[in-house]
Design a protein around this ligand. Structure first.
Ligand SMILES: [Zn+2]
Length: 457
């Protein structure tokens, strides 16, 4: 590939293969079949001397973990955690084959190109290069190519954390979804944390009857409809986190708009000015409730006596399960007479500190590409495997380096969207930066010291 570094070209090749394997995780237990990704990566690592361990908690749902041992058992270890599954596509909305891995005019197309087979491929390339060149890091470097991130990591990092922590444990972690310039350079986003989540089900009870006489009926579908409207209208408090304040300042907006975006009382006035980032801006400053599955009725002439609504709830730092319950009760009001709120699953928001040697190494690597770059610590509004580590006090960052063609709005549009793709220059920048990070972080004279404790901010 002309203009690409040797390692960047390897990442592009491997990424094509990973896309073509179409490891689509649709949430059913047998989907994904990430074993195919494991085989591809094993073939890629052949001859490097790297041996991995494969775990397969469910048939076909395999993960590969490779450890390059360090020379100093007291030195901090670093894990590169890349998921190998991808979300489904709606082919009709694509300009090109979502699983073709085509390269057209310097752009590589396909599901997973930015989420996150690009990074998983780059991790493999960087690790292989270290092994082949005989580099011995001070601390261990772990590469985990993991299944099932797109459905809660139940047979991926979640399973590994519970059953084989020895394989994936590390003092520091890099994973997905950083690297897009925010607004524009010099700010490069690094995900230092993410919102937490809660799933709840509304169980709605009405009274069944004949569809021919709806007057006065207690139709569970109608009650559900009213509940959805109330939830959609209900506003949770606007919270300006330090990460949102920094992000809003990094957007190139006029001073008054920026001030409004960081003022809870004026936030909604300025929200439209953020354009295609509006959804992200709103989610960054609010605990959100999205009713995503609605079920009611079974026959067109029967008034349904039961309905259920599944809620996807994402919480900001500091929000508790009791707060979630409070929001729902406030929104639903007198409808609660017909509604049971079920479920108690709750995962807190997680956040890593930025005063770590790894964060410093990321900054140095980004500045090789963009000398005046500033890292912008961001709070992700979705979930990644980083949370499993942050929960245990281990710093985990979403890191990459994308080209000047990108901004975070574009990144978010393509993430899980139609026409997902990445330019080869971004693959090159990311691979080069990761190669530098693992070498400088583990250089005998490098910045790395023992893990700085388990502080989280
Ligand atoms: Zn992902």
């Amino acid at each position: 590939m002309s203009g690409l570094s040797r390692l960047g070209a390897q990442t592009a090749d491997l990424l094509q293969e990973l896309i073509r394997n179409a490891a689509v995780n649709d949430g059913t237990p047998d989907s994904g079949q990430e074993i195919r990704q494991v085989r591809t990566i094993q073939r890629f690592l052949e001859g490097s001397g790297l041996e991995g361990v494969v775990v397969e908690p469910h048939p076909g749902r395999a993960s590969l973990i490779v450890r390059l041992e360090g020379t100093d058992p007291r030195a901090p270890s670093l894990a590169l955690v890349g998921h190998t599954d991808v979300v489904p596509v709606e082919p009709a909305g694509w300009e090109r084959d979502p699983f073709g891995g085509e390269i057209v005019d310097g752009v590589l197309w396909g599901r997973g190109a930015i989420d996150m087979l690009n990074l998983t491929a780059a991790y493999a390339v960087v690790l292989r290069d270290l092994a082949v060149s005989g580099f011995r890091p001070r601390g261990d470097i772990v590469f985990a190519a993991v299944a099932d991130e797109e459905n809660g990591s139940r047979v991926g990092v979640g399973w590994l954390t519970e059953h084989r922590l020895d394989l994936i444990d590390a003092d520091y972690v890099l994973t997905e979804s950083g690297g897009a310039p925010a607004g524009g350079l010099p700010h490069i986003g690094v995900m230092v944390g993410e919102k937490g989540g809660a799933g709840r089900r509304l169980r709605i009870t009405g009274r069944p009857g004949h569809g021919s006489a709806p007057w006065g009926a207690r139709n569970a579908a109608v009650i559900a409809g009213e509940a959805l409207t109330r939830l959609a209208r209900h506003r949770t408090p606007t919270v300006i986190t330090p990460q949102w304040r920094a992000y809003a300042n990094a957007l190139d907006l006029d001073a008054d708009t920026t001030a409004a975006l960081t003022d809870p009382d004026r936030f909604f006035d300025a929200l439209p000015a953020t354009g295609r980032l509006a959804g992200f801006a709103h989610a960054s400053t609010h605990t959100t409730v999205s009713p995503n599955v609605v079920v009611a009725g079974s026959k067109s002439n029967v008034i349904p006596g039961e309905a259920s609504v599944l809620l996807d709830i994402r919480v900001l730092p500091g929000v508790s399960a009791a707060d979630v319950e409070g929001h729902l009760r406030e929104a639903l009001g007198d409808l609660l007479e017909h509604i049971e709120i079920e479920g108690d699953w709750f995962g807190e928001s997680t956040l890593s500190p930025t005063d770590t040697p790894l964060f410093g190494a990321l900054r140095d690597a980004v500045r090789r590409a963009y000398p005046h770059a500033e890292l912008l610590p961001m709070l992700g509004v979705g979930g990644t495997d980083g949370r499993f580590y942050r929960k245990r006090g281990i710093p985990a960052y979403g890191f990459g380096v994308l080209s000047e063609d990108w901004d975070y709005g574009r990144f978010r549009t393509l993430f899980h969207g139609n026409d997902e793709r990445i330019d080869l220059r971004s693959l090159d920048l990311t691979t080069t930066a990761l190669a530098q990070v693992v070498r400088t972080f583990h250089d005998p004279d490098g910045a790395a010291t023992r893990r700085k404790g388990t502080e989280t901010t």
